[in-house]
Design a protein around this ligand. Structure first.
Ligand code: ADP
Ligand code: AMP
Length: 216
């Protein structure tokens, strides 16, 4: 299954991605996670993208596209993949189409998680991530059993630099201007599955699986 997860920042893409990739045994490709790992490891790419991310801006298309192209040619993508946070511009979507065409492949579905601005801000500001394994929590909606400590590995939790209130607002603006047009782009290609992202994590996952498997 070749899938894209679309939605504004804080919609719950990463949360649903973890459950989807585990159910369908496909790799989870999150461009945001790739960039954060590069920043953490002090790589050249990390240095190039850090300032954009801190400001809540998109990283230039050239940088993102080459990373995803490279990733899609890896052995583990043969049976499918889940792209999370890519594409984010029409330019990136066209580059993805071209790459898949060259590989003789097609996307199966684009899952669009819909959530309004107020909820997005609350979700992003309360998000906490494990420094060690990257698991995602929320201080109110999905808290760890022990405060500030990852349930899975015991690692310490942190707040992303770009999850501060002003940056979250900026990221939502950037989404409206540059990423939202992808909804029409994929609707025209008849690939779009709209999912109500205001429900609980479990209900949303149920809806995604049901629509992927054609039960709606
Ligand atoms: P995205 O990857 O779209 O930016 P995340 O999956 O990281 O979003 O979710 C953002 C925050 O909202 C996280 O703290 C997560 O625990 C929380 N969250 C995700 N889905 C839900 C939901 N359905 N209800 C309440 N909180 C949620
Ligand atoms: P995310 O983890 O998906 O919320 O992404 C965090 C940040 O990484 C974004 O605000 C951008 O700065 C950058 N980023 C991630 N994916 C992309 C992309 N496909 N295009 C441009 N920038 C991206």
């Amino acid at each position: 299954m070749r899938l894209v997860l679309l939605g504004p920042p804080g919609a719950g893409k990463g949360t649903q991605a973890s459950a989807i990739v585990s159910k369908y045994s496909i790799p989870h490709i999150s461009t945001g996670d790739i960039f954060r790992a590069n920043i953490k490891n002090g790589t050249e790419l990390g240095k190039q993208v850090e300032a954009y991310m801190k400001k809540g801006l998109l990283v230039p298309d050239e940088l993102v596209v080459s990373i995803v192209k490279d990733r899609l040619t890896k052995e583990d993508c043969k049976e499918g993949f889940l792209l999370d946070g890519f594409p984010r511009t029409v330019n990136q979507a066209e580059a993805l189409d071209k790459e898949l065409k060259d590989m003789n492949l097609k996307l199966d579905r684009v899952i669009n998680i819909e959530v309004g601005k107020e909820i997005l801000i609350e979700r992003a500001i309360g998000r906490r991530i494990c420094k060690n394994c990257g698991a995602t929590y929320h201080v109110k909606f999905s808290p760890p059993k022990v405060e500030n400590t990852c349930d899975k590995c015991g690692g310490e939790l942190y707040q992303r630099d770009d999850d501060k209130a002003e940056t979250v607002e900026k990221r939502i603006e950037v989404y409206q201007e540059q990423t939202k047009p992808l909804i029409d782009y994929y609707k025209e290609k008849d690939l779009l599955l709209n999912i109500d992202g205001t429900k609980s994590i479990e209900e949303i996952f149920y809806d995604i699986v049901a629509s992927l498997e054609g039960d709606f």
